[in-house]
Write a protein that binds this ligand. Structure first.
Ligand SMILES: [Zn+2]
Ligand SMILES: [Zn+2]
Length: 322
């Protein structure tokens, strides 16, 4: 079912754009989230199930819409709010103050870094402008590559008990089973782990690097990786629920597009790992970069990647089916 849901998302988006019914928060539902995030997938499914019979009769309701409605029913009645609960135990979707603080510090560090770049440049000529543009492009694409490598790593190795990144590994496996949950995450809740992970590198560059273009490259790379989960979230959010600027950035290829990321959400989850621009995906997939990386790791450690073994986290599958 998880394999079909991303395509379902796009299909529902294409077929039922007018499904804007808001759901009332149930006892187990986070009211803040339910009211803030209009419809997205669950409500789209609810709308679809309401009109399912009529649409079936009219012959316009696709198999994908039926499957999405069935998934909605499997999740239980919307009043119990279970559909909005994260799959991983202990996970929450709202942002805490420490998470907000981490993201705020990240933003401040980025702004301070940009001021330092400006000070180091002195003046802006056309030559410095071209070099800055090049640094920005390289920074963005490096961030795309970096998220691909990280995504490949947590998708394919380790478990929930792995030190430091165990929760990320479990969260990414949970994301494969219920990809729509990310669309309900608050911004700071969604971005704080990657902001926290990139912050030491950001600080190191700001303290030790005095070459403006290298520093600018590092700032953009850290920003891209730090906020990659928000770009990822937008690639799962219905077009009608995204800001027009986000839709435009996806359409012109600056941010990873829904259709591009959708290709990752097909078992065994072995392609399209990059989630910033998605530009590196064709290069890395066609050259077999991750297949080669997996082979090297297997030759060193004897551990084959999960995309080869087909291993899934059984406890997540069982919890999902409850
Ligand atoms: Zn994945
Ligand atoms: Zn995803």
């Amino acid at each position: 079912m998880a394999a079909v849901l991303p395509s379902v998302a796009l299909q529902v988006q294409a077929e039922v754009p007018a499904l804007t019914r808001r759901r009332a928060p149930g006892p187990g539902t986070d009211g803040h989230l339910a009211s803030k995030k209009a419809v997205l997938l669950p409500s789209a499914a609810a709308g679809c199930s309401l009109s399912l019979l009529a649409r079936r009769r009219s012959g316009r309701c696709s198999r994908a819409s039926v499957l999405l409605a069935q998934r909605r029913q499997l999740a239980g009645d919307e009043a119990d709010g279970a559909y909005f609960k994260p799959l991983v135990d202990g996970d929450v979707l709202t942002a805490s103050n420490p998470q907000r603080l981490v993201v705020a510090v990240m933003v401040v560090l980025l702004l301070l870094g940009l001021l330092r770049v400006w000070a180091l440049l002195g003046s802006l000529s056309w030559q410095t402008s071209v070099c800055c543009l090049l640094a920005v492009v390289l920074g963005v694409e490096f961030a795309d590559f970096g998220t691909g490598v990280y995504h490949f790593s947590v998708d394919n190795y380790g478990s929930a008990q792995t030190p430091i990144v165990g929760s990320q590994i479990e969260a990414f496996q949970g994301h494969h089973e219920e990809p729509w949950t990310i669309t309900y995450r608050d911004f700071c809740n969604n971005c704080f782990p990657t902001c926290l992970a990139t912050m030491p590198f950001l600080i190191a560059f700001e303290v030790f690097c005095s070459q403006p273009y290298v520093l600018l490259w590092a700032l953009i790379a850290c920003a891209g990786i730090g906020f990659c989960q928000e770009f990822h979230k937008w690639s799962h959010t219905l077009r009608s629920q995204c800001h027009p600027v986000v839709n435009w950035l996806q359409d012109v290829g600056i941010l990873v597009h829904r259709k591009v990321h959708l290709r990752h959400h097909k078992p065994p989850y072995e392609t399209n790992y990059c989630i910033v621009t998605g530009h590196m995906n064709p290069l890395l997939d066609r050259t077999g970069f991750f297949t080669g990386l997996g082979a090297i790791i297997a030759s060193w450690t004897g551990v084959r990647p999960r995309c080869e073994t087909g291993e899934r986290f059984d406890y997540l599958l069982k919890r999902r089916s409850k």
